[in-house]
Design a protein around this ligand. Structure first.
Ligand code: AHR
Length: 496
């Protein structure tokens, strides 16, 4: 079977914001403790940061990491996590019924970020705390000194401000599970108050308003409309969340998940245009897709009041990785709508990396993020794809290929990301580039296998790993390659 992908460098949707390759770290299970922070472990540095985890995460080149939650943040007082570590209170964490020792807090997180060359994206508690507490955290982080909380930061060892530029106004506040859950109207009042105080202290910060928790919620889009109509002038982004699930164990259906992700982003593009229209505003507000992943196999979120419990340690297989690739394809294709996206999460909890005291395991979902973060640069091209469809269960006929593409004018490089959703059909693909010529030394990387459920394990850590593929350039300058079924193929070529 044959498919074609046509690219035109002038036909694009704008620049890809590298912040779509960001991550999320929550005080949950073993994400912080035993994940990034493991003092005393021979694999940790003098700050207690795991060096093996850091080395793996550096390969993902995440621009931002969101912290400290998630559901955790909605009953968290940031003050508990600053000051001398041995004087910090041990608290119950209601979100995950766990014990929070508070030995890792804002200062440790920012220190870890600076060491990792990552920017912090800080969430404030708008569930059980209020706008004043949020503003005081901005004061602690971003003001130079001479006031109570800025001085406290200096006394705690950080003479220079932390300079946190990106802030989330609470988390999933439309969810009945959320501490401080409220109506959209009530949240909008809180968020606006917090925004004005926070930006009053530091006008350079950018804010993310809580959108709805997902498309499955009754509040989907309507919550967002109410919040945006109130807070349009106060925020830069609205959040979207999605965790993809294959409860019916229907791989053909699951592998067409990108159809749904595209729908969500189109819904948001429509909503944002609508609110901008009724407000007669010149301003643009964008989507921060600040929680996304596959998550359905390990939903047990009860820590039984223990420290660093094993929670949400989802094992990721090949089909999960291909769904993650489709999230990334969709973010790239909607580069004019999505400016931030955070893989939830980064280590141990629904994560690309698992740790044990003496080692680390890379899971399948690590690789898509690594490929896109490395290669999706510059402009998001609008590929014209012609190819076969396949039967995707209750989703009906779905395109066999899910494609995004980028062109980086700085390096004259184009990259094409192709997911072949078919479980058994390899496809011959012809990529044409208008009248442009490509260097015949094309780079192709492939993530594929025969079993959608195959996964890495401590015993067999390399079952899912990238391999080199190949492509040729014909006399017309077209790129020719075969994209394997159940696979992601990443093609990078230099323009002459
Ligand atoms: O990422 C796990 C949880 O999923 C987060 O705490 C919450 O925001 C979402 O429901």
């Amino acid at each position: 079977m044959v498919a074609s992908i046509r690219l035109d460098l002038d036909h694009h949707v704008g620049e890809i914001d590298r912040r779509i390759f960001s991550g999320f770290l929550e005080h949950l299970g073993r994400a912080v403790y035993e994940g990034v922070f493991d003092p005393g472990n021979p694999l940790s540095n003098s700050d207690g940061f795991r060096t093996d985890v850091a080395a793996a995460l550096r390969k993902l080149a995440m621009p931002y990491v969101r912290y400290p939650g998630g559901n955790f943040v909605s009953n968290y007082d940031w003050r508990d996590g600053v000051g001398p570590q041995d004087q910090r209170p041990v608290r119950p964490d209601f979100a995950w019924r766990s014990i929070e020792p508070n030995t890792f807090g804002v200062d440790e997180f920012v220190r870890w970020c600076r060491w990792m060359d990552i920017e912090p994206m800080m969430a404030v508690n708008l569930g059980t705390l209020g706008s004043r507490d949020a503003a005081e955290l901005v004061e602690y982080c971003n003001l130079p000194g001479g006031t109570h909380y800025a001085n406290a930061r200096r006394e705690n060892g950080s003479a220079d401000p932390h300079g946190v530029k990106l802030w989330c106004l609470g988390n999933e506040m439309d969810g009945p599970w959320q501490a401080g859950h409220c109506s959209a109207g009530e949240y909008a009042v809180k968020a606006q108050q917090a925004a004005r105080l926070m930006k009053g202290l530091d006008p350079t910060i950018e804010l993310v308003a809580c959108g709805t928790s997902g498309r499955y919620m009754d509040t989907y889009l309507e919550w967002d409309r109410v919040v945006l109509e109130s807070c349009w002038d106060d925020v830069e982004y609205v959040s979207a969340h999605r965790y993809s699930r294959n409860y019916d164990d229907d791989s053909a259906w699951f592998l067409a998940e990108g159809v749904e992700i595209d729908r969500i982003l189109k819904d948001y593009a429509g909503l944002l245009a609508y609110v901008r229209g009724v407000k007669k505003s010149d301003k643009r507000v964008y989507v921060a897709f600040d929680e996304w992943n596959v998550w359905y196999k390990d939903r047990q979120g009860d820590g039984a009041w223990s420290r660093a419990p094993h929670l949400l340690e989802e094992v990721y297989n090949l089909e999960d990785a291909l769904v993650c690739a489709q999230f990334l394809n969709s973010f790239v294709r909607h580069a004019d709508t999505v400016k931030i996206a955070c893989l939830a999460q980064i280590v141990n909890v629904i994560a690309p990396i698992l740790t044990k005291p003496d080692g680390m395991l890379i899971q399948s979902i690590f690789y898509p993020l690594q490929f896109y973060s490395e290669h999706a640069r510059g402009f998001s091209l609008s590929p014209i794809v012609e190819g076969p469809t396949y039967e995707a269960g209750s989703r009906g006929e779905a395109p066999m290929l899910d494609v995004s593409a980028s062109h980086d004018p700085a390096t004259h490089k184009i990259s094409v990301f192709i997911v072949n959703r078919s479980l058994q059909q390899d496809l011959d693909v012809r990529i044409s580039l208008d009248s442009l010529r490509v260097d015949p030394r094309v780079n192709v990387t492939v993530l594929t296998g025969h079993d959608p459920k195959s996964h890495n394990s401590w015993e067999r850590p390399d079952v899912i790993r990238p391999a080199s593929g190949s492509a040729t350039v014909n006399a017309d300058g077209e790129l020719l390659l075969t994209v394997p079924s159940l696979g992601l193929s990443v093609v990078s070529a230099q323009l002459n």
